[in-house]
Design a protein around this ligand. Structure first.
Ligand code: SF4
Length: 211
């Protein structure tokens, strides 16, 4: 694991390389982002965006999803994979919002993670991207890149989040998350990272297979 000052330097460099990193899921409000985040599990954001383009025209409130027929919703989200669980998760989370939060997506970590099936990753995404609050999102890319770069030695996402919070300035948490995702998609890819053209190479301790 990198020493704190080295870790902060690596974070600075990453933020410098990706100053405009943004979410790649399409949404126009917190509910749409929450639904898109559920659909994005084990699926590409591109595919999710294709599906939500139609879905968001039809379902406009948590009540609309809560009242949806399970089979109908399954059919509509089928191409994102794991469609039975995802349709069920969307209906349950929306029922929780409709019944316990007056139909408005809540804006705190505690309330969001109190909704059925919502973990810290999704909650941080909603807080950071929909509500403009600091949200450190530990998805598969952030997890992998954090490990390779020595920002953490943990494998549990909640513990990784705590390690990252210690070296990333709070107001940059959301930007940092998207910068890590962009870097993980473009350079520090899962199979064989492109270390030879990586801007973090001088600071990164990774010595596994690469090109
Ligand atoms: S040097 Fe290699 S392992 Fe380190 S961040 Fe860059 S691509 Fe990833």
């Amino acid at each position: 694991m990198l020493a704190k000052e080295e870790a902060k330097e690596l974070v600075r460099k990453l933020l410098q390389e990706y100053p405009d990193a943004k979410p790649t899921l399409d949404y126009s409000n917190a509910l749409e982002l929450l639904v898109a985040a559920i659909l994005a599990a084990q699926c590409t954001d591109e595919r999710v965006n294709q599906v939500t383009k139609e879905l968001f025209k039809k379902y406009r409130s948590p009540g609309d999803y809560a009242k949806a027929q399970q089979l109908a919703l399954e059919k509509e989200v089928k191409s994102t994979g794991f469609f039975r669980q995802k349709a069920k998760a969307i209906r349950e989370v929306c029922r929780g919002i409709a019944e316990e939060h007056g139909g408005e997506v809540p804006g705190t970590m505690e309330e969001l993670t109190g909704l059925p099936g919502v973990g810290r990753k999704t909650a941080n995404m909603v807080l950071g991207d929909a509500f403009g609050m600091p949200g450190l999102i530990v998805d598969t890319h952030v997890k992998r890149v954090s490990g390779r770069t020595g920002l953490t030695e943990e494998s549990n996402p909640d513990k990784i989040e705590m390690d990252l919070q210690a070296v990333v300035p709070r107001k940059k948490w959301t930007l940092f998350s998207h910068a890590m995702m962009e870097h993980g998609r473009a350079i520090c890819v899962a199979r064989k990272p492109h270390c030879s053209r990586c801007p973090l190479r001088e600071l990164c301790p990774y010595d596994g297979p690469s090109d």
